[in-house]
Design a protein around this ligand. Structure first.
Ligand code: TXA
Ligand code: MG
Length: 319
Protein backbone atom coordinates (compact mmCIF):
# COMPACT_ATOMS: atom_id res chain seq x y z
CA UNK A 1 0.00 0.00 0.00
CA UNK A 2 1.47 3.35 -0.84
CA UNK A 3 -1.24 5.56 0.73
CA UNK A 4 0.24 7.29 3.79
CA UNK A 5 -0.95 9.72 6.46
CA UNK A 6 -0.05 13.41 6.72
CA UNK A 7 2.16 12.59 9.75
CA UNK A 8 4.02 9.87 7.87
CA UNK A 9 4.46 12.23 4.91
CA UNK A 10 6.08 14.83 7.19
CA UNK A 11 8.42 12.17 8.54
CA UNK A 12 9.46 10.99 5.07
CA UNK A 13 10.01 14.56 3.87
CA UNK A 14 12.10 15.35 6.96
CA UNK A 15 14.25 12.37 5.99
CA UNK A 16 14.70 13.97 2.54
CA UNK A 17 12.41 11.57 0.68
CA UNK A 18 9.69 12.49 -1.85
CA UNK A 19 5.95 12.11 -1.30
CA UNK A 20 2.96 12.82 -3.53
CA UNK A 21 0.57 15.34 -1.96
CA UNK A 22 -2.86 16.65 -2.98
CA UNK A 23 -3.36 20.28 -3.97
CA UNK A 24 -6.52 21.99 -5.22
CA UNK A 25 -5.13 21.86 -8.79
CA UNK A 26 -3.36 18.50 -9.31
CA UNK A 27 -1.31 16.14 -7.11
CA UNK A 28 2.30 17.24 -6.66
CA UNK A 29 5.46 15.16 -6.16
CA UNK A 30 6.92 16.99 -3.17
CA UNK A 31 10.41 17.23 -1.72
CA UNK A 32 12.19 19.65 0.59
CA UNK A 33 13.48 22.71 -1.29
CA UNK A 34 16.71 22.61 0.75
CA UNK A 35 17.52 18.94 0.05
CA UNK A 36 19.73 18.20 -2.95
CA UNK A 37 18.82 14.52 -2.64
CA UNK A 38 15.05 15.16 -2.63
CA UNK A 39 15.24 17.53 -5.60
CA UNK A 40 17.29 15.04 -7.61
CA UNK A 41 14.79 12.31 -6.73
CA UNK A 42 11.91 14.46 -7.99
CA UNK A 43 13.61 14.93 -11.37
CA UNK A 44 14.59 11.26 -11.71
CA UNK A 45 11.20 9.87 -10.58
CA UNK A 46 9.37 12.07 -13.08
CA UNK A 47 12.00 11.51 -15.79
CA UNK A 48 11.92 15.28 -16.05
CA UNK A 49 14.62 17.05 -18.08
CA UNK A 50 16.88 19.32 -16.02
CA UNK A 51 15.90 22.41 -18.06
CA UNK A 52 12.36 22.38 -16.65
CA UNK A 53 12.24 24.30 -13.31
CA UNK A 54 10.11 23.36 -10.27
CA UNK A 55 7.45 25.40 -8.43
CA UNK A 56 8.04 26.00 -4.69
CA UNK A 57 5.08 25.76 -2.30
CA UNK A 58 4.73 27.81 0.89
CA UNK A 59 2.26 28.06 3.77
CA UNK A 60 2.88 31.72 4.64
CA UNK A 61 4.06 34.97 3.07
CA UNK A 62 7.30 35.05 5.10
CA UNK A 63 8.42 31.85 3.39
CA UNK A 64 7.61 33.31 -0.02
CA UNK A 65 9.68 36.39 0.77
CA UNK A 66 12.61 34.26 1.89
CA UNK A 67 12.61 32.46 -1.47
CA UNK A 68 12.30 35.56 -3.67
CA UNK A 69 14.71 38.49 -3.37
CA UNK A 70 12.54 40.15 -6.03
CA UNK A 71 9.35 40.02 -3.91
CA UNK A 72 7.53 43.31 -4.59
CA UNK A 73 4.39 45.11 -3.48
CA UNK A 74 2.70 43.69 -6.60
CA UNK A 75 3.59 40.11 -5.60
CA UNK A 76 2.21 40.93 -2.15
CA UNK A 77 -1.01 42.31 -3.68
CA UNK A 78 -1.60 39.18 -5.78
CA UNK A 79 -0.78 36.87 -2.87
CA UNK A 80 -3.29 38.84 -0.82
CA UNK A 81 -5.93 38.52 -3.55
CA UNK A 82 -5.48 34.87 -4.55
CA UNK A 83 -3.50 32.85 -1.96
CA UNK A 84 -3.98 30.18 -0.92
CA UNK A 85 -5.03 29.34 -4.45
CA UNK A 86 -4.11 28.35 -8.00
CA UNK A 87 -1.79 31.25 -8.85
CA UNK A 88 2.00 30.92 -9.13
CA UNK A 89 4.11 34.08 -8.92
CA UNK A 90 7.54 34.38 -10.53
CA UNK A 91 10.26 36.79 -9.40
CA UNK A 92 14.02 37.03 -8.85
CA UNK A 93 15.18 34.11 -6.69
CA UNK A 94 16.98 34.49 -3.37
CA UNK A 95 20.30 32.86 -2.55
CA UNK A 96 18.44 30.14 -0.58
CA UNK A 97 17.05 28.60 -3.77
CA UNK A 98 19.34 26.22 -5.63
CA UNK A 99 19.77 26.64 -9.36
CA UNK A 100 18.79 22.97 -9.83
CA UNK A 101 15.26 23.93 -8.72
CA UNK A 102 15.14 26.90 -11.11
CA UNK A 103 16.91 25.04 -13.95
CA UNK A 104 19.59 27.71 -13.98
CA UNK A 105 17.15 30.64 -14.19
CA UNK A 106 17.61 33.72 -12.00
CA UNK A 107 13.89 33.60 -11.20
CA UNK A 108 11.83 31.30 -8.99
CA UNK A 109 8.15 30.27 -9.15
CA UNK A 110 6.21 30.22 -5.83
CA UNK A 111 2.64 29.49 -4.76
CA UNK A 112 0.54 28.77 -1.67
CA UNK A 113 -1.68 25.76 -2.43
CA UNK A 114 -5.24 25.61 -1.15
CA UNK A 115 -5.52 22.10 0.25
CA UNK A 116 -5.64 21.37 3.97
CA UNK A 117 -3.41 18.25 3.73
CA UNK A 118 -0.68 20.06 1.79
CA UNK A 119 -0.86 23.03 4.17
CA UNK A 120 -0.64 20.71 7.22
CA UNK A 121 2.48 19.10 5.78
CA UNK A 122 4.05 22.52 5.13
CA UNK A 123 3.18 23.69 8.64
CA UNK A 124 4.58 20.50 10.17
CA UNK A 125 7.84 20.80 8.24
CA UNK A 126 8.14 24.60 8.57
CA UNK A 127 9.88 24.62 5.20
CA UNK A 128 8.85 25.23 1.59
CA UNK A 129 8.40 22.20 -0.67
CA UNK A 130 9.25 21.85 -4.34
CA UNK A 131 6.41 20.05 -6.11
CA UNK A 132 5.87 19.51 -9.83
CA UNK A 133 2.76 17.63 -10.91
CA UNK A 134 3.05 13.95 -9.93
CA UNK A 135 3.16 12.42 -13.41
CA UNK A 136 5.86 11.20 -15.74
CA UNK A 137 7.26 13.92 -17.98
CA UNK A 138 4.84 15.02 -20.76
CA UNK A 139 2.02 12.77 -19.48
CA UNK A 140 -1.42 13.58 -18.05
CA UNK A 141 -1.36 15.21 -14.60
CA UNK A 142 -2.96 13.28 -11.70
CA UNK A 143 -6.09 14.58 -9.95
CA UNK A 144 -6.56 11.65 -7.53
CA UNK A 145 -4.36 9.40 -5.37
CA UNK A 146 -5.32 6.47 -7.66
CA UNK A 147 -3.91 8.36 -10.65
CA UNK A 148 -0.59 8.84 -8.82
CA UNK A 149 -0.42 5.12 -7.99
CA UNK A 150 -1.32 4.27 -11.59
CA UNK A 151 1.54 6.50 -12.74
CA UNK A 152 4.31 5.32 -10.38
CA UNK A 153 2.88 2.11 -8.82
CA UNK A 154 4.39 1.47 -5.39
CA UNK A 155 7.48 3.62 -6.08
CA UNK A 156 5.80 6.72 -4.68
CA UNK A 157 3.95 7.19 -1.37
CA UNK A 158 0.87 9.39 -1.58
CA UNK A 159 -1.39 11.23 0.85
CA UNK A 160 -4.97 10.66 -0.32
CA UNK A 161 -6.68 14.04 -0.18
CA UNK A 162 -9.54 13.11 -2.50
CA UNK A 163 -10.19 14.44 -5.97
CA UNK A 164 -8.61 17.80 -6.79
CA UNK A 165 -11.25 20.48 -6.76
CA UNK A 166 -9.89 22.70 -9.55
CA UNK A 167 -8.42 19.99 -11.78
CA UNK A 168 -5.84 21.84 -13.87
CA UNK A 169 -2.50 23.40 -12.93
CA UNK A 170 -2.12 26.90 -11.49
CA UNK A 171 -1.91 30.05 -13.59
CA UNK A 172 1.71 31.31 -13.72
CA UNK A 173 2.63 34.99 -14.07
CA UNK A 174 5.86 36.91 -13.94
CA UNK A 175 5.78 40.52 -12.74
CA UNK A 176 8.13 43.44 -13.50
CA UNK A 177 7.55 46.30 -11.09
CA UNK A 178 8.70 49.92 -11.04
CA UNK A 179 7.00 52.04 -8.42
CA UNK A 180 3.28 51.75 -9.02
CA UNK A 181 3.72 50.35 -12.53
CA UNK A 182 3.50 46.62 -13.09
CA UNK A 183 4.08 44.67 -16.25
CA UNK A 184 2.27 41.32 -16.11
CA UNK A 185 3.70 38.51 -18.21
CA UNK A 186 1.40 35.46 -18.33
CA UNK A 187 3.49 32.25 -18.53
CA UNK A 188 0.84 29.53 -18.17
CA UNK A 189 -2.95 30.00 -18.33
CA UNK A 190 -5.04 28.60 -15.48
CA UNK A 191 -8.43 29.03 -13.87
CA UNK A 192 -7.43 32.42 -12.46
CA UNK A 193 -7.55 34.42 -15.67
CA UNK A 194 -5.16 37.16 -16.72
CA UNK A 195 -8.13 39.53 -16.63
CA UNK A 196 -8.72 38.71 -12.93
CA UNK A 197 -5.03 39.21 -12.17
CA UNK A 198 -4.93 42.58 -13.92
CA UNK A 199 -8.09 43.79 -12.21
CA UNK A 200 -6.85 42.68 -8.76
CA UNK A 201 -3.71 44.78 -9.30
CA UNK A 202 -5.66 47.76 -10.65
CA UNK A 203 -8.08 47.71 -7.76
CA UNK A 204 -5.07 47.94 -5.43
CA UNK A 205 -3.81 51.08 -7.16
CA UNK A 206 -1.28 49.73 -9.69
CA UNK A 207 -0.88 50.89 -13.29
CA UNK A 208 -0.89 47.63 -15.18
CA UNK A 209 0.41 46.75 -18.61
CA UNK A 210 0.13 43.32 -20.14
CA UNK A 211 3.00 41.68 -21.99
CA UNK A 212 1.46 39.28 -24.49
CA UNK A 213 4.56 38.48 -26.55
CA UNK A 214 4.16 34.85 -27.50
CA UNK A 215 7.78 33.80 -27.13
CA UNK A 216 7.76 34.37 -23.38
CA UNK A 217 6.40 31.16 -21.96
CA UNK A 218 7.63 28.87 -19.18
CA UNK A 219 10.52 26.60 -20.11
CA UNK A 220 8.18 23.69 -19.32
CA UNK A 221 5.41 24.83 -21.68
CA UNK A 222 6.01 22.21 -24.35
CA UNK A 223 3.77 21.97 -27.37
CA UNK A 224 3.33 18.29 -26.48
CA UNK A 225 2.22 17.81 -22.90
CA UNK A 226 -0.52 16.16 -20.81
CA UNK A 227 -0.61 13.31 -23.37
CA UNK A 228 -3.15 10.52 -22.77
CA UNK A 229 -2.41 6.91 -23.77
CA UNK A 230 -4.65 7.06 -26.85
CA UNK A 231 -4.26 9.78 -29.49
CA UNK A 232 -6.66 12.68 -28.98
CA UNK A 233 -8.30 14.63 -31.79
CA UNK A 234 -9.90 18.02 -31.14
CA UNK A 235 -12.51 19.16 -33.63
CA UNK A 236 -15.09 21.83 -34.40
CA UNK A 237 -18.51 20.10 -34.10
CA UNK A 238 -20.16 22.76 -36.27
CA UNK A 239 -17.98 21.59 -39.19
CA UNK A 240 -17.60 17.84 -38.59
CA UNK A 241 -19.77 14.99 -37.37
CA UNK A 242 -17.92 12.36 -35.28
CA UNK A 243 -17.81 9.85 -38.19
CA UNK A 244 -16.43 12.56 -40.46
CA UNK A 245 -13.64 13.23 -38.01
CA UNK A 246 -12.29 9.72 -38.61
CA UNK A 247 -12.43 10.18 -42.39
CA UNK A 248 -10.49 13.43 -42.20
CA UNK A 249 -7.54 12.18 -40.19
CA UNK A 250 -4.10 12.00 -41.83
CA UNK A 251 -3.15 8.68 -43.42
CA UNK A 252 -0.66 7.77 -40.67
CA UNK A 253 -3.55 7.81 -38.16
CA UNK A 254 -5.40 4.71 -39.37
CA UNK A 255 -8.36 4.35 -37.02
CA UNK A 256 -11.67 2.51 -37.02
CA UNK A 257 -13.23 3.23 -33.66
CA UNK A 258 -13.48 6.25 -31.44
CA UNK A 259 -14.56 7.36 -27.97
CA UNK A 260 -15.98 10.84 -27.50
CA UNK A 261 -14.69 13.00 -24.69
CA UNK A 262 -17.63 15.04 -23.44
CA UNK A 263 -16.61 17.91 -21.16
CA UNK A 264 -20.05 19.51 -20.73
CA UNK A 265 -20.84 23.21 -20.76
CA UNK A 266 -19.44 24.53 -17.49
CA UNK A 267 -15.75 25.42 -17.47
CA UNK A 268 -15.20 24.82 -13.72
CA UNK A 269 -16.70 21.32 -13.96
CA UNK A 270 -14.94 20.62 -17.25
CA UNK A 271 -11.57 21.52 -15.69
CA UNK A 272 -12.21 19.38 -12.61
CA UNK A 273 -13.00 16.30 -14.70
CA UNK A 274 -10.59 16.88 -17.59
CA UNK A 275 -7.62 14.70 -16.62
CA UNK A 276 -9.62 11.84 -15.14
CA UNK A 277 -11.79 11.75 -18.27
CA UNK A 278 -8.67 11.71 -20.45
CA UNK A 279 -7.30 8.80 -18.42
CA UNK A 280 -10.56 6.83 -18.29
CA UNK A 281 -11.29 7.27 -21.99
CA UNK A 282 -7.74 6.10 -22.76
CA UNK A 283 -8.34 2.80 -20.98
CA UNK A 284 -11.14 1.86 -23.38
CA UNK A 285 -10.91 -0.27 -26.52
CA UNK A 286 -11.26 2.54 -29.08
CA UNK A 287 -8.41 3.56 -31.43
CA UNK A 288 -8.76 7.29 -30.82
CA UNK A 289 -10.36 9.85 -28.51
CA UNK A 290 -12.26 12.65 -30.17
CA UNK A 291 -13.25 15.83 -28.37
CA UNK A 292 -15.67 18.39 -29.82
CA UNK A 293 -14.68 21.99 -29.06
CA UNK A 294 -17.74 24.27 -29.36
CA UNK A 295 -16.33 26.88 -26.95
CA UNK A 296 -14.28 30.04 -27.27
CA UNK A 297 -10.52 29.65 -27.17
CA UNK A 298 -9.78 33.36 -26.74
CA UNK A 299 -7.43 34.42 -23.91
CA UNK A 300 -10.19 36.19 -21.98
CA UNK A 301 -12.54 33.18 -22.13
CA UNK A 302 -13.11 31.01 -19.07
CA UNK A 303 -12.35 28.07 -21.37
CA UNK A 304 -8.89 29.32 -22.38
CA UNK A 305 -6.83 27.27 -19.88
CA UNK A 306 -8.79 24.10 -20.68
CA UNK A 307 -8.22 24.65 -24.39
CA UNK A 308 -4.49 25.18 -23.71
CA UNK A 309 -4.26 21.75 -22.03
CA UNK A 310 -6.35 19.97 -24.68
CA UNK A 311 -4.33 21.52 -27.49
CA UNK A 312 -1.09 20.18 -25.99
CA UNK A 313 -2.68 16.80 -25.19
CA UNK A 314 -3.98 16.35 -28.74
CA UNK A 315 -2.26 14.72 -31.68
CA UNK A 316 -4.46 16.35 -34.30
CA UNK A 317 -6.92 19.23 -34.67
CA UNK A 318 -9.78 19.64 -37.15
CA UNK A 319 -11.09 23.20 -37.20
O1 TXA B 1 -0.84 23.75 -9.94
C1 TXA B 1 0.37 23.62 -10.02
O2 TXA B 1 1.11 24.57 -10.32
C2 TXA B 1 0.97 22.22 -9.76
C3 TXA B 1 0.74 21.88 -8.29
C4 TXA B 1 1.40 20.58 -7.90
O3 TXA B 1 1.17 22.94 -7.48
N1 TXA B 1 2.33 22.19 -10.12
C5 TXA B 1 2.78 22.15 -11.40
O4 TXA B 1 4.14 21.97 -11.53
O5 TXA B 1 2.05 22.26 -12.35
P1 TXA B 1 4.82 21.52 -12.91
O6 TXA B 1 6.24 21.29 -12.55
O7 TXA B 1 4.11 20.41 -13.52
O8 TXA B 1 4.77 22.81 -13.79
C6 TXA B 1 5.55 23.89 -13.41
C7 TXA B 1 5.70 24.87 -14.52
C8 TXA B 1 6.66 24.37 -15.59
O9 TXA B 1 6.09 24.61 -16.86
C9 TXA B 1 7.88 25.23 -15.37
O10 TXA B 1 8.57 25.47 -16.56
C10 TXA B 1 7.29 26.51 -14.80
O11 TXA B 1 6.28 26.05 -13.96
N2 TXA B 1 8.26 27.27 -14.01
C11 TXA B 1 8.86 26.92 -12.87
N3 TXA B 1 9.75 27.86 -12.48
C12 TXA B 1 9.70 28.84 -13.40
C13 TXA B 1 10.37 30.09 -13.57
N4 TXA B 1 11.30 30.50 -12.72
N5 TXA B 1 10.06 30.84 -14.64
C14 TXA B 1 9.13 30.42 -15.52
N6 TXA B 1 8.45 29.26 -15.43
C15 TXA B 1 8.74 28.47 -14.38
MG1 MG C 1 3.35 19.18 -14.89
Amino acid sequence: MSIISVEKAIEKLEQEGVVALPTETVYGLAGRFDSKQAIELIFSTKERPSFDPLILHVSNIEQAKSLMSGWTSAHEALADAFWPGPLTLVGKKSEHVSSVITAGLETVAVRMPNHSDFLKVLEGLKKPLAAPSANRFSKTSPTSAEHVIGEFESKVNVVDGGECERGIESSIVSLSVEGDSVEVLPLRPGLITTEQIVSALESRGFNVSLNTSNNSVSPGSMRIHYQPKLPLVLYDPSKFKPEEVLKNLPSDMKVESFTTLDLGNQPAIAARGLYSKLREASEGKADVLICPWPHSSEPNSEWFAIFDRLKRASSYKLF
